[in-house]
Design a protein around this ligand. Sequence first.
Ligand code: GLU
Length: 562
Amino acid sequence: MADPIVTRFAPSPTGHLHVGGARTALFNWALAQGGGRYLLRIEDTDQARSSEAAVAGLLEDLAWLGIDWVEGPRWGELGGDPREIGPYFQAQRLEDYAAAARILVEGDLAYPAFESPEELDAMRRAAQAEKSRFRYRRPPDFDREAALRRMASEPHVLRFRMPETPVLVTDAVLGEVEFGEDHLDDFVILKRDRFPTYHFSVVVDDEAMGVTHVLRGQEHLNNTPRHVSLQRALGYRIPVYAHLPILFNPDGSKMSKRDKDKAARALVKQRTAADPSARSAIEQVVPPDRLASWLDDKRSQLESETLRDLAALLALDLPPIDVEDFRRAGFLPEVVCNYLALLGWSPGQKDEEGRDLERFDRAFLAQHFSLDRVGRGNAKFDVEKLLAFNQDAIAELDDGAFFALFGEWCARYDEGLLAREEPWLRRFTAVVRTRCRTLADAASTRGPGGFALIADEDVRFDDKAVARHLERGDPSGLVLLGEVRAPLAALADFRADAIEEAVRAASDAQSVGMGRIAQPLRVALTGGAASPPLGDTLEVLGRESVLARIDRCLARCGPGGS
Ligand code: GLU
């Protein structure tokens, strides 16, 4: 029997889990299902940039997606089983790196280097002046004995002696890739503070943890010759490498953690160009100096909360980039996993209608995932398509399941709605569910149930709908609206079926079709001509609001109204 597959996801805890990272985790997880092992390792050797909060966030994001691990850091109910190959935090494995480095130094495959950061800078500048790329190589007159003596007392880094000849990397997706001169420098493996560099710790740990397959984004491809050379020098196995397609936006730009700032910056520029006075409201959210520097520098990023406040002010839906963004935007984790799986992989099967099979669950992915169907080209991330997936998944839920998910979502992101009585909330979510693309839609005043979430006096009447449904006809919509008010006010039981019955009776009495009353009512209650079924719309609003909105509409839109 072949040895079991061992994969790992190895995030650096320097920020939120990005959609690309989640895709990498998912593919590693999927490949190891069915007898393999998937482990999670936290690459926290960059101590200045790592944080415990980021670790907690990463673990929570992965757990939410259902990309669970048995071996890895313990967290909540997911446990974690620190086998002998743990700990799973690199900062706790420094002795292993030191031991591997000693082997390399003893074999003259690595050596100490004593240049100060300033000296290295000067060397870099000199190379730049000659228009050549700076590559550190061991000087021909290097005195090994002397260097080893100096190690005991002087600050130094350890550098690996990269081979002099091109390095060939075999990739399961991209085939054979040759790396020449440009990649052959003697890179640092242990820093002055005795912490390993990423290149070194990743190689030592993959060996120690028995990793057989390394799936990671194509942005790591250039690192692989270093890793393979280290593995050869240390006599390690070389795992199967598979570099995954880079994620692109539909407009052809590379998907980036800065995309949220980019969208907000473009809109701020547009709004302030059209109306310079808009700037002062924006400066309430982003202080003037910060606003100016952020507008000028496209690499600059606002704090996530500031950015969210700004987006709320601009009524802008920020593009989701981090797993947390998808969760906040109200996507279902199963749907996110389904969509992520299509970013660079396809099952190569047809659905019942003969189209490429695209909708599947995690169990299907676990069963069918294989490297030979990972693509080489870029993967396009299309949030509209993800929204369509999500809407369909929401439509397939039953009312109870949707209510439960929505309740969890509200508890995390929008507690206000939970103050409403549960029976009302259940009814409301049942009425709007099939019109929601996300859980957040159900809570949004701009969403399909927004009419029931705004105050009566905040209904804004759409001019076209008013002209079409209230002003036209004989009798006019306004007259019919006035006629239906009394029967609605008199209804014993203000429930959808009784409401529809009353509207039907009123239209019969006026000898008009039911739509002639339904549409004016919709305009009066929601401001526009589209809403859930009429009875449901009125029932969730409640009699008091319905009558108040009818009166307000008659006053505003009737003759002499404002
Ligand atoms: N810590 C690296 C990252 O977050 C892992 C790269 C790898 O999988 O080797 O990108």
